[in-house]
Design a binder for this molecule. Structure first.
Ligand SMILES: Cc1cc2nc3c(=O)[nH]c(=O)nc-3n(C[C@H](O)[C@H](O)[C@H](O)COP(=O)(O)O)c2cc1C
Length: 404
């Protein structure tokens, strides 16, 4: 309520990108103040053991993370985690620093609860981000690193460019994401074609597999892929032994300013792609759902449809600084109302029967606040937050974030 007033009366009168940079600078300052950071973390981060999720060997304190594009230079990830996000995906980071597209390049569509951006991967480059990521963390924070192609690099050298970024960043990432789906770098989305994607992912995976803790590797796809192409990328991810797929990036299917559209209008297609992926891969890959997530109902629905993790960005812009913390609290209440002991019990419950990972039983868990209860059949996991040692993910032996 308070935030809505501040947003409508103050923030929306300022240029969207200027507000963004001020917010990042403010959070970067918080990230450098250990006491404040810890206080915020204690008050706002998810601490409910029932919300914990282990995916690809990494322990997450809850399902809802911040999507790529906010913390492009890994400047404030810990502060973002302290505000209640279970993980922060930094980037997109490119091998070489680049300024991005000319301004204006970020537009709010307030009535639609949406944003259009054509930022074009403005970032300070992989070496600068790697230095920041190597700093010791003061609060537990799961940090994924999203990498993309440097604009001036031709398609024929794309794999080598991604490999350069991966070598810099994979060692300090909790997971790495190959982004081939942003609409604002010419030709980038063409890399989603399996013939180009196979050599690219193979090369990056080799780098990830060679880090001391084997960095998990995911690929992020566009909502504008044809359904057959979604299937083809899913099959490729399985074939290459990737850890997961992030779906989806922004869409170019809209009538607004040139760029990628995010927020409410993306919700239906993002959910559709998730359902298609789940039907194709079941629980053999970790699915991370992003696009149009606005509230606890959306997070619940994505989990039911088979996402293990959920991300949001535009929802945070309109929902305010406490958005993620609030949703995690609401999730805690909801799983208790359903008499579950772990949120993992609902993952994939509304997916087609052959793609469910556990016996679904007969209990119905509706999208919102249906009164039905179900029995928890899945081990909630006892791990701390952060990377599990590669050979002992299930035993919950963790490598402390502070040790990096
Ligand atoms: C301003 C802005 C910048 C973004 N930059 C990136 C980016 O650099 N890399 C990326 O993979 N996704 C980027 N995204 C896409 C988001 O990560 C996310 O996939 C998309 O916005 C859909 O989620 P949402 O509807 O919750 O915003 C950006 C989104 C926005 C709004």
């Amino acid at each position: 309520m308070m935030y809505r007033l501040v947003f409508t009366q103050v923030l929306r009168r300022f240029d969207a990108e200027a507000v963004h940079h001020r917010t990042v600078r403010g959070l970067a300052l918080v990230a450098r103040l250990p006491l404040l950071k810890r206080l915020l973390h204690r008050a706002l981060a998810p601490h409910d053991p029932a919300l914990r999720i282990t995916a690809f060997g990494v322990h997450f304190p809850g399902p809802l993370g911040l999507a790529a594009g906010f913390d492009k230079d890994a400047a404030c990830a810990e502060a973002v985690a302290a505000l209640g996000f279970s993980h922060v995906e930094v980037g997109t980071i490119t091998a070489h620093a680049q300024p991005g597209n000319p301004r204006p390049r970020l537009f709010r569509l307030v009535r639609e609860r949406a944003v259009v951006n054509r930022m074009g991967f403005n970032n300070a480059g992989a070496p600068a981000a790697a230095r920041r990521l190597r700093r010791t963390r003061g609060v537990p924070a799961v940090v994924g690193v999203n990498i993309g192609k440097t604009k001036v690099v031709p398609e024929s050298e794309a794999a080598a460019d991604y490999v350069t970024s991966a070598k810099e960043l994979a060692p300090s990432a909790d997971y790495l994401v190959v982004n081939v789906s942003s609409p604002n770098t010419p030709g980038l989305r063409d890399l989603q074609a399996v013939s180009l994607l196979r050599p690219l992912l193979t090369a990056v995976k080799e780098v990830c597999d060679s880090t001391p803790r084997r960095t998990p590797l995911l690929v992020k796809i566009a909502p504008d892929l044809a359904d057959d192409d979604v299937d083809a990328v899913a099959d490729l991810a399985l074939e290459l032994g990737l850890d997961g797929i992030i779906a989806t990036n922004t869409t170019i299917a809209h009538d607004g300013p040139t760029g990628g559209l995010s927020g409410r209008p993306l919700k239906a297609r993002s959910l559709e792609v998730l359902r298609r992926l789940r039907a194709r891969v079941g629980d053999r890959l970790t699915l991370v759902s992003v696009g149009g997530v606005e509230d606890v109902d959306d997070v619940w629905e994505r989990l039911l449809a088979g996402a293990t993790l959920v991300q949001g960005y535009t929802g945070w812009i309109y929902g305010g600084p406490l958005w993620a913390s609030r949703i995690h609290r609401q999730l805690s209440r909801r799983i208790r109302r359903h008499r579950l002991t772990s949120i993992t019990a609902i993952i994939g419950r509304t997916a087609p029967a052959d793609s469910r990972r556990t016996d679904p039983g007969s209990g119905e868990i509706g999208r919102a606040t249906s009164g039905s209860a179900a029995t928890d059949r899945t081990d909630p996991g006892s791990g701390e937050i952060g990377r599990a040692a590669p050979d002992s993910a299930e035993a919950g032996r963790t490598v402390s974030d502070d040790s990096r």
